[in-house]
Design a protein around this ligand. Structure first.
Ligand code: DX5
Ligand code: ZN
Length: 221
């Protein structure tokens, strides 16, 4: 049996008290912290950078920080996030001119490396770099915003990615990001995902004064 990872996306957290929000989800059983980096260029939104990652480390966060780069170009920020305490770094293959080099930069910095696939990006980007990939991340929404609806075609794509990973014989996590909720996570797992990003499902439930806070959402996932 595969071990499942829940990675709350702090994109939906309250940034005015981010340290506390991250402490709370980790205390409630979250495995990783999913850290969405948007540059208003590769995606139409602007979020957080290496300084905030470093601030979480300085705050005492020891859990893996899963940095999802939605930026173009990527290489400069890879180095900055390695220095800022990232544990894994994923990027979109269309956003770099040299995919193999960017993956190698991440691994040379001691982090796990991954490629992220937009809903219409083909999995064939994996073909010649499977040996340098630790994570395959399938977007189940178009990147840029939290709170969007899960795109159903992702389920078939997950099955395809699962087959490629199994055929490689390597230990590669299959992560899914966007619109993952309590009511669809079982179906997403059945399609082959083992690592689940959830933003609004976790943080908005708490904001809505769910009686037991993060705990109740996390336990259902
Ligand atoms: C979207 C981000 C996601 C986002 C997911 O571009 O990569 O991580 O925060 O948010 P939800 O879970 O609300 O769809
Ligand atoms: Zn993300």
């Amino acid at each position: 049996s595969r071990d499942f990872v829940i990675a709350p996306s702090i994109l939906s957290a309250n940034f005015a008290r981010l340290g506390e929000e991250v402490d709370n989800v980790l205390a409630s059983g979250a495995d990783w912290v999913h850290f969405d980096v948007m540059d208003n260029h590769y995606v139409p939104n602007l979020t957080i950078g290496p300084m905030v990652c470093q601030a979480l480390r300085d705050h005492g966060v020891t859990a893996p920080i899963d940095v999802h780069l939605m930026v173009k170009p990527v290489d400069q920020l890879i180095g900055d996030f390695i220095d800022a305490g990232a544990s894994m770094i994923t990027f979109h293959p269309e956003a770099t001119d040299h995919i193999d080099r960017s993956l190698q930069l991440i691994r040379d910095g001691g982090c796990q490396a991954g490629l992220v696939f937009n809903p219409a990006t083909p999995l064939s980007y994996l073909d010649y770099v499977m040996d340098k990939v630790d994570i395959v991340l399938l977007m189940s929404v178009n990147p840029g915003f939290g709170g969007q609806a899960f795109i159903p075609a992702t389920l078939d794509k997950l099955r395809e990615a699962r087959a490629k990973i199994d055929a490689s014989g390597r230990e590669i996590r299959l992560e899914v990001d966007g619109g993952v909720k309590v009511d669809n996570i079982a179906e997403v797992a059945a399609a082959g995902a083992d690592t689940f990003v959830a933003g609004s499902a976790i943080f908005k439930a708490f904001e809505a004064n769910d009686a037991n806070g993060y705990d109740s959402v996390m336990k259902k996932m």
